[in-house]
Design a protein around this ligand. Structure first.
Ligand code: CO8
Length: 256
């Protein structure tokens, strides 16, 4: 059984399923390596316009694999260079949707926060429980959570280790949409289909500008937006989109 399963549910959509059900999809080195490779491949594959990342019905991912870390020392952790594996996910230029059922804890919550959109089931739980096992988040949990929900909600989650429900996560701004548990994957796949039908240069520019601009001064971020906006006028898809609108027909986008 492979640690992740790759599927092509519809045109332009890559579905990545974590597949360690016996360990609640805990992220061991093998899973993270396979994920990094899948995202690196998706980054340059023109057949992939949107990625959906999911676990199973019980667990999205219950964190980094504690068995792999329990006896490790600091130098050993440094030598593992796992930030490079996370970076491959963070740097994927294609829109990524996390479809979350069940547990999104520790590294699992951090993995969900690498996505651009999070669709969660009503029974999903989000948490950063690392403090309970003597550590702290190490894959962006302090920083991405802070930026998503603000200092006071983030500190509460990080310092108590207590998870929040999907509804609470939605209210905080950690989740894009909450749906019935059984509807999580269908909703995420339908959304991915919508995104995959959009002009891919535009969706990728939107992603890049939102992420790069989020931590830049407003003037610099607005300049970035303006340049990306102008750049898209040199794409065939911009001509196609606007002409199709004026000619009252459906556009067909090539990604050029
Ligand atoms: N690591 C390893 N194994 C795990 C993990 C995990 N994170 N989570 C669950 N498992 C395993 C259990 O050990 C168990 O295995 P076994 O059957 O062989 O004993 C199996 O999954 C089923 O788990 P439970 O029996 O505990 O199932 P429950 O339904 O009772 O509970 C929970 C499910 C609530 C998810 C519970 O398993 C739990 O609390 N898991 C740990 C959650 C946690 O603390 N996560 C944070 C881990 S630390 C982390 O993520 C640091 C991130 C840093 C990122 C940078 C990395 C380099």
């Amino acid at each position: 059984m492979s640690d992740i399963i790759l599927q092509r549910p519809s045109d332009g959509v890559l579905l990545i399923r974590l597949n360690r059900p016996d360990a609640k999809n805990a992220l061991n080195t093998a899973v993270r390596t396979a994920l990094a490779a899948a995202f690196a491949e998706a980054a340059t594959d023109p057949a992939t316009r949107c990625v959906v990342l999911t676990g199973d019905t019980e667990s999205f991912a219950a964190g980094a694999d504690i068995r792999e870390m329990a006896e490790a020392g600091a130098v050993e952790l440094m030598l593992r260079q796992t930030h490079l594996l996370w970076r491959a996910i963070a740097q994927c230029p294609k829109p990524v949707i996390a479809a979350v059922n069940g547990y999104a804890l520790g590294g699992g919550c951090e993995l969900a926060m690498h996505a651009d959109i999070i669709v969660a089931g009503e029974s999903a739980q989000f948490g950063q429980p690392e403090v309970r096992v003597g550590i702290m988040p190490g894959a962006g949990g302090t920083q991405r959570l802070l930026r998503a929900v603000g200092k006071f909600k983030a500190m509460k989650m990080l310092l108590t280790g207590k998870p929040v429900t999907a509804r609470q996560a939605e209210t905080m701004g950690l989740v894009s949409e909450v749906v019935a548990d059984a509807e999580v994957l269908p909703t995420a796949l339908a959304m991915a289909g919508t995104i995959a039908a959009m002009p891919p240069l535009a969706t990728q520019q939107i992603k890049e500008v939102v992420l790069a601009g989020a931590d830049a001064p407003l003037d610099a971020a607005l300049a970035l937006e303006r340049k990306a906006f102008q750049l898209l006028f040199d794409s065939r898809d911009q001509k196609e989109g606007m002409r199709a609108f004026l000619e009252r027909r459906r556009p067909s986008y090539e990604g050029r």
